[in-house]
Design a protein around this ligand. Structure first.
Ligand SMILES: O=C(O)C(=O)C[C@]1(C(=O)O)C=C[C@@H](O)C=C1
Length: 258
């Protein structure tokens, strides 16, 4: 397809390499949670009537994300299909020379973007369970940590496209009839491996303990304190991140043969 690869070997994802990437992304997400949890909720960040930005309608977070995405688009961020913008409308093209990223995904399926769902979920459901209530006035800093965490969560969930493609290529005969029959339930069942999910949930809890513990040189400190509650991290994965990744996988597969 389309982009010339300039003689470079095309990088192909496998189920194993995609899983390895998800494992790495766990670190980014956990650090993102730790960074955001340094601040209390700071609700004015998400309140349109608080923000009074000239020529802009929206919240401070909307403003920061929109304008950051414009810059990042120009710098070429979205030429890599692992990245999906939150405000894809009217993003400028990259001004950078194009790197020949692998055309691994099926072109129509590559267009899936559920960031509107992720955004709403983040504000309404996720924030309240891992940040303390309160207001310390650091709204711009808060929005900056929201942006990197949102990008990390979005990347993880949309990575479902790459996993789904790798799974499809490993057993097209299993997937093709279900895709033709548009059988979402059967697709969901075929791509689900409960033992892998259980490992993910256990590992992120352990990582949150290791990466998020307060480090002290004082031997007399009693009890370990965590910067973000490890059981909240495993809950986020179990309740939201894994299910949404799987939804992306199903959506991707449904248009895989278009
Ligand atoms: O590792 C896989 O096989 C995936 O599809 C990823 C994932 C996940 O979101 O972590 C989703 C579905 C599977 O049941 C197991 C794990």
């Amino acid at each position: 397809g389309g982009v010339q690869n300039g003689g470079k070997a095309e990088y192909n994802y496998t189920v194993d390499s995609a899983r390895a990437s998800l494992v790495r992304q766990e670190d980014t997400i956990i650090f993102g949670l730790i960074e955001r949890a340094r601040f209390p909720l700071n609700s004015p960040t998400y309140n349109q009537s608080y923000a009074s930005i000239p020529q802009f309608r929206g919240t401070l977070l909307d403003f920061l994300v929109r304008d950051t995405e414009v810059i990042q688009a120009k710098a070429g961020r979205y030429t890599n299909l692992e990245e999906n913008p939150f405000f894809p409308e009217n993003l400028p093209p990259s001004v950078e020379p194009h790197y020949p990223f692998s055309q691994f995904l099926h072109p129509s399926a590559a267009m899936i973007n559920i960031n509107n769902v992720i955004w709403k979920l983040y504000i309404d459901e996720l924030l309240p369970i891992f940040v303390a209530s309160g207001d310390d006035g650091n709204y711009a800093q808060t929005a900056a940590t929201d942006l990197s965490l949102l990008q990390a969560i979005s990347r993880r969930i949309h990575y479902g496209k790459f996993i789904a493609e790798a799974k499809f290529r490993e057993s097209p005969k299993g997937y093709e009839p279900l895709i033709r029959a548009k059988d979402k339930e059967a697709l969901m069942k075929l791509l689900t491996i409960e033992s892998v999910e259980e490992m993910v949930v256990k590992r992120v809890k352990k990582k949150a303990m290791v990466l998020g513990q307060e480090v002290s040189l004082d031997r007399n400190v009693k009890g370990i304190k965590y910067k973000v509650d490890p059981s909240v991290v495993s809950f986020l994965y179990q309740k939201w991140l894994i299910p949404l990744t799987k939804n992306v996988e199903v959506e991707y597969l449904l248009s895989r043969l278009d």
